[in-house]
Design a protein around this ligand. Structure first.
Ligand SMILES: C[S@@+](CC[C@H](N)C(=O)[O-])C[C@H]1O[C@@H](n2cnc3c(N)ncnc32)[C@H](O)[C@@H]1O
Length: 248
């Protein structure tokens, strides 16, 4: 995307980098059997880390929170300090494309709305390498719930960031990469509207005022407003699927 600085200025002010909520994170975690008492967890593309903090509290584990945008990690660590979780959440500024952890290192890998940056299949394969035998992968990914997506939705949401848009194909790919799917479910619309778009709609007017004479900035904010309107209109057709798999 062009004019990324305006995009980041908006996202740096938000509590989440994508749709999600506590209940979905907890539901996915609860589907995982047989974790050690203090599991070692990798959160790929953690962003500002709302789910990282939830996961730390739910799991009792140690989490490496990985992202390549330092302001997200700074935001996360401020909240980690406020929550007294400095001992259990370790920020790591690294590209997910260049992860250098040892193979079979993690008990659990988490990634809400970020695995597709590696190419979804490649990301699932890389997680398989990094997980201990019997370890688990939990991720959310954009999913079409109809074969005939309305064109505006296909153009805005699926043209660049959905390798396996259909749920059946996505689940089959996860299984083919060596995981047993333990559960999958669609995260609720409130996880988009209340937790992601509502804070964005509070922030947008400030930025539109600040950059009132910068057409390229206003175009970025207009695009986000269009995305929100599109989600409101078409949210029956697509969403985020939470998928939890266990390394076979
Ligand atoms: C849609 S956001 C999701 C953030 C967070 N998981 C959440 O649900 O709030 C995607 C995240 O992936 C990160 N990201 C994108 N490309 C990356 C890369 N190559 N390496 C590491 N992180 C990356 C972005 O900085 C962003 O924080």
């Amino acid at each position: 995307m062009e004019n990324m600085e305006y995009f980041f200025e908006l996202f740096d002010a938000l509590p989440r980098g994508g749709p999600g909520n506590y209940e979905s994170t907890k539901r996915a975690f609860d589907a995982i059997p047989c974790l050690p008492e203090f599991p070692l967890i990798l959160d790929i593309g953690c962003g500002p880390g709302e789910q990282t903090i939830d996961l730390a509290k739910i799991s009792g584990g140690k989490i490496i929170a990985l992202d390549n945008h330092q302001p997200f990690l700074d935001n996360l660590m401020n909240r980690v300090c406020d929550a007294g979780l400095e001992e259990v959440i370790l920020p790591k500024n690294m590209s997910m494309l260049e992860m250098d952890f040892a193979d079979e290192f993690f008990d659990l890998i988490w990634s809400e709305g970020a695995l597709y940056f590696m190419g979804l299949q490649n990301g699932v394969r890389r997680c398989h390498q990094l997980l201990k035998p019997g370890g688990c992968l939990a991720f959310t990914d954009l999913t079409a719930y109809t074969i005939d997506l309305p064109k505006p939705v296909a153009d805005m949401f699926f043209s660049e960031m959905a390798d396996f848009p259909q749920l059946d194909a996505k689940l089959a790919m996860v299984e083919a990469e060596g995981f047993t799917v333990l559960t999958h479910f669609t995260i609720p619309k409130s996880a988009w509207l209340d937790n992601y778009y509502a804070p964005m709609e509070i922030e947008l007017p400030h930025l539109e005022k600040k950059y009132a004479d910068k057409a390229e900035a206003l175009a970025v904010f207009q695009l986000m407003r269009k995305e929100i309107a599109m989600y409101r209109e078409y949210s029956d057709y697509f969403g985020y699927e939470f998928i939890v798999g266990r390394k076979q």
